[in-house]
Design a protein around this ligand. Structure first.
Ligand SMILES: C[N+](C)(C)CCCC[C@H](N)C(=O)O
Ligand SMILES: O=C(O)CCC(=O)C(=O)O
Ligand SMILES: [Fe+2]
Length: 464
């Protein structure tokens, strides 16, 4: 099984490194036969300037059965080709031990602890799982919670269990290794490249081009890969109309309608009770922090600007949050654990809105501590009354530290949006802001549903 395009650049690098490592290992062992890398899974953990990459790979040669090896390496993002450190774990085929409530299975360099109820629940037999709809068929509630297999067998590719009622389950070892808690704990849901102004600029990330973007899946895939990695991506040469902006977004996702409309086009006319509708500068922020689920993506297209100023500011919030995590884990913890309130209250003649969203500033997955969302909007942050007084001061210290990081000039990417250039911003990660301006400035855009963007990316073979 070849896996392609999961994460092209790194994936390729890991493939090459695995091959290089394996061939030197085999040479030392006196093995002359040629071999082929047939599977490679890339796992990565973003740091600030480096990315930790662990590759689990499978090799087959001649008629030999595939063997798993694991490579771990630390790679500098700035110098893609340069390996700083690499080591591999010695090979082992599957080893299995039955314990009281779980099975201990070592495979592919991972030691898994597989609970018996979990194994019964994840049986992939036709009776238990419908492979054509990818849905569970069995009734989990009917499983005895203290179930034990009556028979356990492992070969090089599968684990076989027989249950007290005679039902047989067969699990592919690579499926187990990939889906185990132990694997997920070490891997990311979404690999990302964190950036500051210089590193983003030096990466020379290409914009997609309207014509190609609309017709060619490879162009869309390249665009989405950049969007997933950097949290921001551009399409150039789009006709400067609301309609074309709508068309370009629908190539990626569904539009998320809000109180601001489906497609919005706005200028500094205070038509809504929000600072966005003025000529004032706006400090970095994420939008719709007052929703329980803030909008996943924001799209902007400047259709016209006859005046000065009005540049757009972009800041990678995850880069700053990771700095806080490194510098002061206790402050990071406060930002990640304490729910706060954001609110949008609008009382104009034609618009009556009152939205409240509650959640922490930094949202992390508990099993791997990966950040997946930041809510940061000091304009819309509401009364802080979700923490007792002895925590308030500490929370402000933590919030100040994040703000200090977000405000470092070296983290600010300034771009002037011009007619034709459409920017897609990951509103869960990258903050936006704007410089004050003069003259008529017409901005249009929309919000997109995050799930549909990710679904499009996955259907193109990207990891999201
Ligand atoms: C983009 N558009 C002008 C429609 C929305 C403005 C919403 C602004 C609000 N303060 C927020 O941050 O969510
Ligand atoms: O005017 C701009 O460039 C952006 C304003 C803003 O933050 C928004 O509309 O969400
Ligand atoms: Fe905004």
């Amino acid at each position: 099984m070849e896996r392609e395009g999961v994460y092209p650049v790194l994936q390729m690098a890991v493939h090459l490194l695995c091959l290089r490592q394996f061939s030197s290992w085999m040479k030392k062992a006196g093995e002359q036969r040629s071999f082929r890398l047939c599977e490679c899974t890339c796992r990565s953990l973003p740091g600030l300037h480096s990315m930790f990459v662990a590759g689990v790979f499978r090799i087959s040669y001649g008629n030999w059965r595939p063997v798993w090896r694991q490579v771990r390496l630390v790679k500098s993002l700035a110098q893609y080709g340069h390996l700083q450190k690499m080591r591999y774990c010695a090979a082992h085929s599957a080893q299995c031990q039955t314990r009281k409530n779980y099975l201990e299975l070592s495979y592919g360099g991972i030691k898994m602890h597989l609970d018996y109820v979990w194994l019964r629940d994840h049986c992939r037999s036709a009776a238990c799982f419908n492979a054509s709809t990818n849905q569970r068929n069995m009734d989990t509630a009917s499983v005895d919670l203290s179930i034990h297999p009556v028979q356990t067998k492992v070969d090089d590719v599968h684990l076989y269990l027989t249950w007290p009622d005679g039902h047989e389950s067969k699990y592919s070892l690579s499926w187990l290794a990939e889906n185990s808690y132990e694997a997920k704990k070490q891997s990311l849901i979404q690999p990302r490249i964190l950036w500051n102004s210089d590193s983003y600029t030096n990466s020379n990330i290409p914009s997609a081009k309207w014509d190609k973007f609309m017709h060619c899946d490879d162009e869309l895939k390249m665009f989405l890969q950049n969007f997933l990695l950097y949290g921001v991506a551009f399409v150039d040469d789009v006709p400067a109309t609301v309609e074309a902006t709508e068309t370009v977004t629908q190539r990626v996702s569904l539009i998320r309608e809000t109180t601001f409309g489906r497609m919005w086009s706005f200028t500094s006319d205070l038509s809504r009770g929000d600072t966005a509708y003025t000529t004032q500068a706006l400090d970095r922020h994420t939008d719709t922090s007052y929703f329980h689920e803030p909008c996943g993506i924001q799209v902007f297209h400047c259709l016209k600007h006859e005046g000065t100023g009005g540049r757009t500011l972009l800041v990678d919030g995850f880069y700053s949050a990771e700095k806080v995590r490194q510098q002061s884990p206790e402050n990071f913890e406060l930002l990640a654990r304490i729910p706060i309130k954001h609110e949008y209250i609008e009382n104009t003649g034609s618009h009556q809105n009152h939205m409240i969203g509650i959640g922490p500033v930094v949202n992390v997955y508990p099993w791997n501590n990966e950040i997946y969302m930041i809510r940061y909007n000091n304009y819309d942050r509401s009364v802080l009354n979700t923490v007792p007084h002895d925590v308030v001061q500490r929370w402000y210290v933590a919030h100040r530290e994040l703000t200090t990081e977000l405000r470092r000039p070296e983290n600010e990417l300034w771009v002037k949006l011009t007619p034709g250039k459409v920017v897609f911003i990951d509103n869960w990660r990258v903050m936006h802001g704007r410089e004050s301006f003069t003259g008529l400035r017409q901005l249009c855009g929309c919000y997109l549903t995050r799930d549909d963007v990710l679904s499009t990316a996955r259907s193109l073979g990207l990891q999201a």
